[in-house]
Write a protein that binds this ligand. Structure first.
Ligand SMILES: Cc1cc2nc3c(=O)[nH]c(=O)nc-3n(C[C@H](O)[C@H](O)[C@H](O)COP(=O)(O)O)c2cc1C
Length: 178
């Protein structure tokens, strides 16, 4: 499973990714975490050349990322909720997946969608961000096999205080994948 973390701080998204990796390492299931915000990724110019040949002219870290995505069956996106939507880092990453679009390279891949925000669950904020991920999955013809939003996570470590919710989510994930 490839875990794509949408925040570049060592915060809630990254902690969740690490917890999942720890749990899956114990089960001897391969997981890899990538943080697009810490990589070299140009912003898509919208030239559409990749629609013709499936190749993007930029020579940057997306080449390697796309190779990894091609190989993985399970892809998890963890976004921090920002202004009710995805992080910019994640949107830049998603746009650069367009070389896979014309080749239907994401079709039938299994997506796990997670959003993490500071607000209360009933304020819709992280649900909106989660729905953006789910909407992307629809566009890419990926199957969302599990989705989850975490609320009340403002400071970097807040998610670590939601131990029950974290563990329940990891158990649900294991049931889907193992
Ligand atoms: C620019 C910005 C916008 C944000 N907007 C929202 C928001 O609309 N709703 C929300 O619940 N939290 C919002 N937050 C708070 C973050 O979602 C929250 O702190 C989250 O835990 C960040 O994840 P991280 O620790 O992995 O960076 C925002 C944070 C930033 C920096």
């Amino acid at each position: 499973m490839l875990i794509i973390v949408g925040s570049r701080r060592n915060g809630n998204c990254f902690h969740l990714a690490n917890k999942i990796k720890e749990a899956f390492d114990k089960e001897r299931i391969h997981t890899e975490i990538i943080v697009p915000g810490n990589q070299k990724i140009h912003i898509c110019t919208g030239c559409m050349d990749c629609d013709k040949d499936g190749i993007c002219g930029f020579q940057d870290d997306m080449k390697n990322n796309i190779e990894k995505i091609k190989e993985e069956e399970y892809i998890m996106f963890i976004t921090p909720t920002r202004w009710n939507t995805l992080s910019g880092d994640l949107k830049i990453f998603i746009d650069r997946l367009n070389p896979l679009y014309s080749r239907k390279g994401l079709r039938n891949k299994k997506m796990i969608a997670v959003s993490i925000g500071a607000k209360d669950e009933d304020l819709y904020s992280s649900e909106a961000a989660l729905n953006d991920l789910i909407s992307f999955a629809e566009s890419a013809q990926m199957n969302v096999i599990l989705d989850k939003k975490f609320s009340n996570c403002l400071k970097e470590n807040d998610i670590l205080n939601q131990e029950n919710e974290l563990n329940t989510f990891i158990e649900e994930l294991k049931k889907k994948i193992i």
